[in-house]
Design a protein around this ligand. Structure first.
Ligand code: ZN
Ligand code: ZN
Length: 274
């Protein structure tokens, strides 16, 4: 695989500029690179815990209260990407985004409107945020909850992934079993939920990334886990490898291991993006 499509840059929550990411990808031998900053729009976003963390951490630009705000962030970014693409004709540079899906009419209408203006080359679907009791929470908030609450979070998470896949809006789905970041959802009882999500991707002709940002010393695997890779194989869903790079040093990380998984599981790879 000579392309890498999942990465974040300065101005959002990445540490390097688009030009720096492009130069590093070229050094590593990639012929195509895609920039996919966070596209997170929710009217309640500024009342959440993670928003105040992001303000302190200096990356609150990944969150927008409405679609005009997100447009203000993506228009200059896409303009910059196009400019850099013109200066670097030897490498293909694509305009992507990593979108948090919200399953309501208002969000869907706003999303459609903004997509007509931005016209991205590809769209990554993600579920970093899950509604619970009328509140927006993220993966890290679930860590301290009691077991019963964690199960509700997990159910809501998997339903969100399934709905996102069914929307057919996304070129591929990001880090499918994200909750394992905080060691949640490893239980076999979640396999039905995982399978339904994979089936939904299959029905809509989508793809799933093998995200190499999750390699921990205690668990040497990417997102998704081996048991989900088995489901992906059975459902004939194509995969691609993503580094989810937030800085140049992350580009292409652990791609050799991911290639090995593709071979071992006889997975098909995504050859063409929408
Ligand atoms: Zn993500
Ligand atoms: Zn990402």
């Amino acid at each position: 695989m000579k392309y890498t499509l999942h990465m974040h840059t300065i101005g959002f929550d990445g540490r390097n500029s688009v030009a720096e990411m492009v130069n590093r990808a070229r050094e590593l031998g990639f012929d195509t690179i895609g920039i996919s900053n966070h596209f997170i729009v929710n009217p309640d976003i500024k009342n959440t815990k993670m928003y105040s963390y992001s303000v302190r951490g200096g990356y609150s630009n990944i969150y927008s209260e409405n679609f005009d705000e997100v447009l203000m962030r993506f228009v200059p970014l896409y303009y910059e990407i196009e400019h850099i693409a013109e200066q670097n004709p030897d490498i293909k540079i694509l305009r992507g985004m990593e979108v948090d899906f919200f399953n309501n009419t208002k969000w869907l209408h706003g999303f459609e409107r903004v997509m007509q203006i931005l016209n991205p080359d590809y769209i990554i679907g993600a579920a970093h945020l899950v509604e619970y009791n009328g509140m927006l929470t993220n993966t890290h908030d679930w860590k301290k909850a009691d077991k019963q609450t964690q199960d509700i979070f997990l159910k809501n998470y998997w339903n969100k992934v399934k709905n996102a896949a069914e929307s057919g809006l996304f070129t591929f789905m990001a880090h499918l079993d994200l909750p394992k970041k905080v060691n949640l959802g490893r239980d076999e009882k979640w396999m039905d939920y995982e399978n339904r999500a994979v089936e939904s991707v299959a029905h809509t002709g989508g793809a799933i990334e093998i995200n190499t940002s999750f390699y921990r010393s205690y668990l040497y695997e990417p997102y998704p886990s081996n048991r989900i890779l088995e489901m992906i194989k059975n459902a004939n869903v194509p995969v691609l490898i993503s580094d989810d790079a937030h800085e140049v040093k992350n580009i292409g990380r652990h791609f050799d291991m991911a290639h090995q998984l593709i071979t071992n599981f006889h997975l098909q790879t995504l050859n063409k993006i929408k």
